[in-house]
Write a protein that binds this ligand. Structure first.
Ligand code: AMP
Ligand code: MG
Length: 351
């Protein structure tokens, strides 16, 4: 079950414990301390790990991250009242309105990323996501065909939002925003920037396995595990360089099974149904917002089309796993990933 904003009682598991996916122990590296704190915010556990700096600065920065991510979560929530909820009400009227400042930058960036992904990343399909029941408790049955077909016919897309400065208007009343595929990337970017503003430049912000890292841990790079989509453990390890985000979209994150079929939360806007063909897509990129949207877009693109869409989105470090468990990697990603077991991935150059 996803926590709602009302459950935002901070969960302060202090220092000591290592993040689930942050590998390499909690010892003191190069004589500087490593600080860690876990927050329950943005609907998930967010681990913040910093190497160097003093404890007071770290704790102050973490409190600010907690405030900011709590605010953003409420503002960008797709189905709780908040700025995005108000935006959706106003989009449905067809009238022009002033966009809430918390929503506007993401609408602008989402419009561009939707365009670059041939609208496979399409946060305008909020109604379809709601129809499938992925707003709220995980559902147990698929919606009926006629209801899916009726929504598909309305073809909501991001280019039906007219942006004029800070004013917005939808030319299609069926446009309803769900920023679930991009908001976490945006939030993680903002959190890492905030740590940097406090001088904490060797840091990781890890939101349930999706993360952004900068600097390193003493004389060693940060080592990140990539989860095996059909197993318990790690499939591979990546060492980050400089300032990088690692985001994964998977069919194991939110799903239900009905009559032996898995229905997951990443919907193909062309079919109105869960995207088929892949089980997991991981993107390494210098911007978390782009990495988040791209991992969702490439998941929808599927086993054949993902390289072309990756090239359009300007992401060149990609790993995808298909339903048979076969792994495909871009040449750039192949140089960065170390597999835990013997794997024979296929290297796929981008067009
Ligand atoms: P992610 O885990 O980043 O791939 O995001 C998945 C979430 O994005 C879902 O839970 C939905 O809220 C939303 N979503 C599902 N399908 C799409 C899509 N094709 N384009 C944009 N957002 C989507
Ligand atoms: Mg995403």
């Amino acid at each position: 079950m996803r926590p709602t904003p009302a459950d935002h009682r901070p969960l302060r598991l202090l220092a000591i414990l290592c993040a689930a996916l942050l590998l390499g122990g909690c010892d003191r590296a190069a004589d500087e301390p490593t600080w860690q704190e876990t927050l329950l915010v943005f609907g998930t556990l967010v681990d913040i790990t910093v190497h160097g700096g003093d404890e007071a600065t770290f704790r102050r920065a973490v409190r600010e991250v907690e405030d900011d991510l709590g605010y953003l979560h409420e503002a960008l929530h797709a189905w709780q009242p908040g700025s995005l909820g108000r935006t959706n009400l106003l989009l449905a009227t067809g009238g022009t309105f002033t966009a809430p400042p918390s929503v506007l930058p993401l609408v602008e960036q989402s419009r561009q990323l939707a365009e670059q992904s041939d609208h496979l990343f399409n946060p305008a399909i909020g109604q379809l996501i709601a129809l499938w029941g992925f707003h709220g408790e995980t559902p147990s049955t698929p919606p009926d065909e006629a209801a899916i077909a009726a929504l598909l016919e309305q073809t909501p897309r991001m280019d039906q939002i007219v942006i004029d400065g800070i004013r917005l208007r939808a030319t299609n009343p069926a446009v309803q925003l769900d920023l679930g595929a991009i908001a976490k990337g945006y939030a993680v970017d903002r959190a890492l920037e905030l740590l940097h503003d406090h001088g904490l430049v060797h840091a990781i912000v890890n939101a349930g396995g999706d993360l952004r890292a900068s600097g390193q841990r003493g004389d060693r790079p940060w080592r990140i595990g990539i989860r095996d989509p059909r197993g318990e453990g790690m499939l591979a390890v990546v060492e980050t360089r400089g300032n990088e985000a690692l985001f994964t979209s998977g069919d194991y994150e939110r799903y239900f099974e009905h009559d032996g079929v898995r229905y997951h939360h990443i919907l193909d806007p062309r079919s109105g149904r869960p995207a088929r063909g892949l089980t997991s897509v991981t993107v390494l990129h210098d911007d978390g917002t782009v990495a988040d949207a791209a991992s969702t877009a490439l998941f929808v693109a599927g086993p054949e089309a993902w390289p072309a869409i990756a090239a359009q989105l300007g992401v060149d470090h990609v790993m995808v796993i298909d339903e048979a468990g076969a792994i495909q990697l871009t040449p750039a990603m192949a140089e960065r990933v170390r597999f835990e077991q013997r794997q024979q991935p296929r290297i796929v150059p981008l067009p």
